[in-house]
Design a protein around this ligand. Structure first.
Ligand code: PEP
Ligand code: MN
Length: 338
């Protein structure tokens, strides 16, 4: 349920509603809009309807949120969520170009990638230190050593870091270095992990599962937001279909669909969606045109020698060209690259 306050309702009135909800064990999530404040009441429906909410001072009306996801829905919050990562904004007209290698390999490699991203006007550096590999025999990432290399690259370039967390036991170590915590496609429905990152105070990049519907993806985001962390960036990274020409099938329609029904920012990962470097630019341009709030792509100083996902990574030269073309279209649609 959603308690919509009157325009001009006071802080005391909002706090009073929150207190009445919490008294009966109902969670209250306050969303302050430009004109009205809305309180999402999450809990036992009977407990909520038994309360005289509409009679409380400052309350305009009480309405049901019809969608199964509540706090991430546009019904609950009409305005776009804008996430600020060390001054780099994502959402609400701010477009982020996140890029870097699939996995962190060496100091030289990650620094070279970071410099390319920075020089080309990218917004954030991506790189995996804990890698979810299909084969247990494939390179699994450098762990904390990799995180340290990312932090060193941030130090030199100023780019915030996006990196994956796979296991709740690594939460503290990842939090010590990451600016955005990525939850990979394979963990999209790892509900305990989602609840764990719901209690941190850093943004979460939530990738769509390989076979997840949009509703399941938004329910996964709800797991995070329900715990208190409102900073979720959704990432469409391709889904499994019968098509074999590309690694996965980029569901570009997910972008405008999700933007209609959720206030969370949506970014697109054309690298994992296609597995093909030649498709990264055209699909990134489609993402911009479809209304995405950013892209996350793989680039490596020497793709041929990459330990992970080399074939889909852009070379430094290709990335510079890529970033320029994306920036031009972002400007053309009236957004700014952060
Ligand atoms: C990645 O970003 O490196 C990755 C493994 O992505 P996904 O979870 O989308 O496969
Ligand atoms: Mn990868």
């Amino acid at each position: 349920m959603m308690v919509v306050m009157q325009e001009g309702a006071t802080d005391e009135q909002v706090e009073h509603v929150v207190a009445r909800l919490e008294e009966v064990g109902v969670q209250a999530h306050v969303s302050r809009g430009e004109r009205v404040t809305v309180i999402g009441a999450i809990g036992d429906r009977e407990e909520i309807t038994a309360l005289p909410l509409e009679a409380l001072p400052g309350v305009a009306r009480v309405v049901a949120i019809l969608k199964p996801y509540k706090l991430v829905s546009r019904e609950f919050k009409a305005s776009d969520t804008v996430i600020d990562v060390r001054g780099v904004k994502v959402g609400g007209g701010h477009f982020a170009i996140m890029a870097g290698p699939c996995s962190v390999e060496t100091e030289e490699q990650v620094l070279a990638a970071a410099r390319t991203v920075k020089q080309a006007g990218g917004s954030m550096l991506r790189g995996g230190a804990f890698k979810p590999r299909t084969s247990p025999y494939a390179f699994q990432g450098l762990g904390e050593d990799g995180l340290k290399l990312l932090a060193a690259a941030r130090e030199k370039t100023g780019l915030p870091i996006v990196t994956e967390l796979m296991d709740p036991r690594d939460l503290d170590v990842v939090l010590a270095y990451a600016d955005v915590v990525q939850i990979g496609a394979r963990n999209m429905q790892n509900f305990l992990l989602l609840a764990e990152v719901g209690r941190i105070d850093k943004p979460v990049l939530l990738k769509r599962g390989l076979a997840a519907t949009i509703e399941e993806w938004l329910m996964a985001a709800e797991y995070v937001v329900k715990e208190g962390n409102r900073e979720v960036i959704l990432c469409e990274r391709g889904i499994r279909t019968f098509e074999t020409a590309t690694r996965n099938t980029l569901d570009i329609s997910a972008v405008p669909v999700v933007k209609q029904i959720s206030h969370l920012p949506v970014v697109v990962d054309p690298s994992h969606a296609t597995g093909r470097p030649d498709l990264v630019l055209p699909l990134s341009l489609s993402a911009v045109a479809a209304g995405a709030d950013g892209v996350i792509v793989e680039t490596h100083p020497n793709p041929e020698h990459a330990l992970c996902d080399g074939p889909q990574s852009l070379s430094p030269e290709a990335f510079v060209e890529f970033a320029g073309r994306v920036r031009d279209l972002v400007a053309w649609v009236g957004k700014t690259v952060s």
